[in-house]
Design a binder for this molecule. Sequence first.
Ligand code: TXA
Ligand code: MG
Length: 349
Amino acid sequence: MYPAGSDSVSMKDIICLTDSDSDLEKAASLLKSGNVVALPTETVYGLAADATNRDAVAAVFAAKGRPADNPLIIHVTTLEMMEQYAEDIPRSAYRLAEKFWPGPLTMILPKKSIVPEIVTGGLDTVAVRMPSHPVMRKVIDLVGKPLAAPSANLSGSPSPTTLKHVKDDMNGRIAAVVDGGECTVGVESTVICFDGYDSVRILRPGFITADDLRKVVDEVIIDENILSDVVPEVKEVRSPGMKYKHYSPAARVVLVCADIEGFKKYVASRKEAGMCCLIYDKDAQNFPFNYMTYGSDSEEQAKQIFSRLREADEKGVKTLYVRAPKKDGVGLAVYNRLIRAAGYEVVES
Ligand code: TXA
Ligand code: MG
């Protein structure tokens, strides 16, 4: 076991904690003493540190191999906690919080100086989210401070939605992980910023959709980078995370936008050693090529996509042809992750 209360613990083997009260106390005490602990949220597992502790946050960047200019989300459990770290909060943010928090929505707000620069990558704004997962909430409350947490994957690889995914990426790099089972949403939160008093811009699509947001604010703009197949390195972006290649397994991923007949035709002309297809459950009957499935509706696809991308690597797949999800509702979030996993290799067939 680790020496409780010490400044750092051995990184040799990641400590796996359960969601029992005593284990959550251990997780909180590790965090209070400046360690990094992976925690489950309803979206994906997060790599958490005390957001007010610069060294602990630096250790998060180091464990992930994340570029310093890509800022982190701070996770809170109350509006009062948000108000301690953000200022000039628009009224519409409170209406959104009322409707969607706790839950998978992240709001970019002007930061107070108490938020260390390392958290925000030097920006004058801070991303705030109130998660709904009981484990994450309990640990934030035990620590008594917001937890800065990016997804708990190595930078660039698919986000983790199970304990095993976290262990595969983080063993030897962080102190501990808490097992919270499989994440129910499966893709990261919707990230929004405020373009005006009653106007928000979606910077990263997630489970909370544009239509959901429109019920609360007058105007919802979908940032052009979300659906773009132009590599954003060459463009200006509003959120640093947009410009990095993301979510990629080692396998080459090709995203094919087609009905199932068009998809089969496209793949038939490209059969090669080590190829595998990722199709909808309902496409599987008599499917003539090597395949995996990822559900049939957008919610199921969101929940399964990162597991399937990781599974492709475990199976030694060389090229993964993915039948694209729908581009609306929650499907937009899945599509957005897949164009990045595919390194913008998207074909219409
Ligand atoms: O569901 C989630 O959001 C998960 C769980 C753990 O909460 N977290 C997550 O964090 O996905 P991360 O770090 O992988 O993604 C945060 C995204 C990045 O694209 C980052 O660039 C953007 O939010 N972001 C953070 N702070 C920002 C800011 N001040 N302005 C613009 N974008 C920001
Ligand atoms: Mg991430």
